[in-house]
Design a binder for this molecule. Structure first.
Ligand SMILES: [Zn+2]
Length: 505
């Protein structure tokens, strides 16, 4: 066997369950991420979910786990990895080290036990294993007569704490040196709150994600305007806007954008009080079909409740607030001007399950204008499912998707069948008709698009000679592969593009 070698245990046939093993030599390997499968990938082969949770590969050579970021499809199987006997350290960035115990506590409660003593013991174990690495700093993981391995994390701009991983291998017997880069999930430029990722200086081998390998995002400005018009249109229906969102990342981005929209609305109202007739507000550019000024005049933005119905998301939001040194310049500037991007007046956090049930009832009965953000992002569970069950049939309400919906998830079904006659979705084995309007803001993604992914490769000083494409649906991987090859051809360089276990391998 030639080293380094790669084993991809997940995220080869889809976008979830990321788990890659870098075999450095016969005795030493590293694991990059250990994520949970979601959606169709949990059942596509007719296997029960629990089978996919178990760790099926030998652990004896694995010296450490590197967690690129704390999304559940990258770290959700860590409890199973520990249960299988993994004894090594968990390396991650400093912000991830704060977020990871919260994520793993939740995963442990869902998969193992809610017994407080067991949870605490488990959390202690996790905290002992975590090694927080500062960004941009080399860390020597292994130094033996035959092999030196150092790793360095760089900001990936995807969610707070996200990193791409640079790994330097030095084989002393042959003198050979290799730099391997794992992209993890890469953020889009102009994502709220976080600085855009800078590509690495060089790589010999790059393992890159491809979630949006076949798509381009809208720019930031039009995206915020679309968010604003979709919400205005939805609120004009005199109902609730339901936004399914993942607790980490997307929720905080949404809060950040909503605070900005509300801030602008307040400024606008102060500068241009509406004429008595309700006219004169002007139609915004990128306006919504069939809308009139009168519809908008009724929305009382300063009083509009933004309901964050997720104790987990609230915990993450608190950590996001604490970790201001990792925010981007724009966010810090807003703070300086006395604004609170993640903690504003209308923000209402719903904590207990009782309060959650009361909120669902209240919104069903009153259909009052409100924005609800609840997890999970693909509607496969969590509190959003209770809102959907109670409200999806009612045409006054609106569902707004701002994130990627994997195949086989209820979210993807609502997206596909919403607005079609007789459209329905199965939630917990029950059929629910979709009467609510369904919107998608595609450009609102925490992932780099095709241009961003290509730039990550071609803006390196020294382009990789091998690119391994993972973490995307088949079409996205193929198209990204073609684009990468074309760029290399144009630059008269050689590359081997590998799609591990892909349909066209
Ligand atoms: Zn992610």
């Amino acid at each position: 066997m030639d080293y380094p070698a790669f084993l991809h245990h997940g995220a080869t046939n889809g976008v979830t369950g990321s788990c890659h093993q870098l075999q450095m030599d016969a005795q030493h390997s590293l694991l990059i991420d250990c994520g949970l499968f979601q959606g169709a990938e949990t059942s596509s082969e007719g296997r029960a979910g629990a089978d996919r949770l178990a760790i099926e590969f030998p652990l004896d050579t694995i010296k450490a786990l590197v967690a690129t970021h704390v999304h559940i499809d990258h770290v959700g199987r860590i409890p199973y990895l520990l249960a299988a006997g993994f004894k090594g350290p968990i390396l991650c960035s400093e912000p991830s080290a704060k977020l990871l115990p919260i994520v793993l506590e939740d995963a442990f409660k869902l998969g193992f036990s809610r017994d407080q003593k067991q949870v605490e013991r488990y959390l202690k174990l996790i905290e002992q294993r975590i090694i927080a690495l500062p960004y941009k700093t080399w860390f020597t993981l292994q130094d033996t007569p035959s092999l030196t391995c150092r790793i360095r994390l760089q900001r990936a701009g995807h969610i707070l704490g996200s990193a791409y991983v640079e790994i330097d291998l030095h084989y002393h017997q042959t003198g050979e040196k290799k730099r391997i880069v794992f992209s993890g999930d890469l953020g889009a430029p102009h994502a709220p709150l976080l600085p855009a990722p800078k590509p690495p200086y060089l790589a010999d081998i790059l393992v890159i994600e491809s979630t949006y390998g076949d798509r381009l995002h809208e720019d930031r400005r039009s995206r915020r305007q679309r968010l604003e018009s979709v919400i205005e249109q939805a609120l004009a229906d005199n109902g609730t806007v339901l936004i399914p969102a993942f607790s980490i990342g997307r929720t905080q981005e949404l809060l950040y954008e909503l605070e900005d929209i509300i801030h602008r609305k307040k400024l606008n109202a102060a500068l241009n009080p509406p004429l008595p007739s309700g006219e004169g507000l002007g139609v915004r550019e990128g306006g919504v079909r069939g809308k009139t000024n009168n519809d908008k005049a009724d929305i009382n933005w300063p009083q509009l409740p933004i309901i964050l119905d997720s104790p987990l998301a609230s915990r993450f939001t608190r950590v996001y607030r604490e970790l201001k040194p990792f925010w981007d310049k724009e966010a810090l500037q807003r703070l300086k001007r006395g604004r609170n991007p993640l903690d504003f007046e209308q923000l209402l956090a719903v904590d207990s399950h009782q309060a959650h049930e009361a909120m669902v009832r209240h919104l069903v009965e009153t259909a009052r204008p409100a924005i609800v953000i609840a997890a999970n992002g693909m509607c496969s569970g969590g509190r959003i499912a209770n809102y959907l069950k109670a409200m999806l049939h009612d045409s006054r309400h609106n569902v707004l998707f701002v994130g990627y919906q994997a195949q086989g998830t209820p979210g993807r079904d609502i997206q596909t069948y919403g607005g079609r006659p007789g459209g329905y979705v199965d939630l917990d084995g029950q059929r629910y008709e979709i009467g609510a309007k369904v919107h998608t803001i595609g450009g609102y993604s925490a992932h780099a698009d095709q241009k961003g992914l290509l730039g990550f490769v071609t803006r390196m000083r020294q382009w990789p000679s091998q690119v391994r494409i993972v973490h995307g649906e088949t079409g996205a991987k193929r198209e990204l592969a073609e684009r990468i090859k074309a760029q290399y051809r144009q630059a008269e360089r050689n590359v081997e593009v590998v799609i591990p276990n892909g349909a066209d391998e």
